[in-house]
Ligand binder design. Sequence first.
Ligand code: PLP
Length: 390
Amino acid sequence: MPGHSHLFVPGPTTLPDRILRAMHRASEDHRSSAFPEFVKPLLTDLARLFRTERGEVALFHASGTGGWEIALTNTLAPGAQLLLPCAGQFAVLWGESARKLGYQVETFDDLAWGEAPPVDRIAGRLAEDSAHVIAAVLVVHNETSTGVTADLARVRAAMNRTGHPALLMIDGVSSIGSLEYRHDDWGVDVAITGSQKGLMLPAGLALLALSQKALARASAGGSPRAYFDLAAMLTANRAGYFPYTPSIPMLYGLRESLDMLLAEGLDAVSQRHRRLADGVRSAVQGWGLSRCCLDDHATSDTVTTILVPGSLDARRVIARAFTRYDLALGGGLGPLAGRAFRIGHLGDLNEGMLLGALALVEMCLIEEGMPLTAGSGVAAAERRWLEVPG
Ligand code: PLP
């Protein structure tokens, strides 16, 4: 199909030309005396992305799923008990990973998909646990399947009120680099992200930030791990190296990505995502459709999960978008298969790109039989953005 394609899945996101050019590098010696001059500032700026000065950051070669495993095995004793509110696919998958690694996971199974993690219930469960058996609370910051963002500052405040020593571990795969994230201020112990979403890179890096408390747990033992050993990584990183061969193109891509995000300013980045998301939400309202997110205060600024009427199979909308218009949309995951589609609105994105995608979604909905007036969603997004000039 002529023209470029439209990638509107909630990750991987569009690779900016600047990043593609930065990654077009010859190989170099990662054990040379010059390499630390490149690596050390890279890690300093990665810490700025997580907004941590008190903690440490580490980057591994893995996707976000590997990041889960790195976080768990480095900080938890074998068989540790975890609390993980599950109201979406990525929480479910993180729980499955943890169980396969031998941890015991409690999930609040009665949560509805689209609910935010229930802060009061987390606090209540910790308060009950007077023996302090629960080693960590796991929270998906931005649940990419449902389009729900957790309030991490509230989770931490509620945990503090109980005086429980559990670690707070968060999955920031579809939030960090796009949404506001404050590792130190919010008292998060372990944060995980991946390279292919807000950072606008290909998949391949798992990036973590750890508090001193989490680092102390890691030094105290953790669980068996080899390739993903944090201690080996931190020792090598402090000297400006990696314990094994790093991907040179990915590191240069990360350099460019951090330069772009820090030059725009992290606050400006999250405000841009809020503005773009507001336009998408207006379009959804214009189409008369509802979002999966059940609480407007928890609505995600990086992904919107849109429910379709029972008469329509969302898979047909997604298939039409892809084959007819070269537009990639996210599918409904788990119980949302066929009932929902997702628009990713994160990364290297502006109003013009998003208007194109919204117009194509609208055409697909009409072509699949929804009785909509052409322009109903697109005009609502435009009006929203015109009301509040960026
Ligand atoms: N966590 C969240 C919130 C995600 O959205 C994803 C992927 O979309 C993952 C974890 C898994 O990451 P990966 O596919 O990079 O392994």
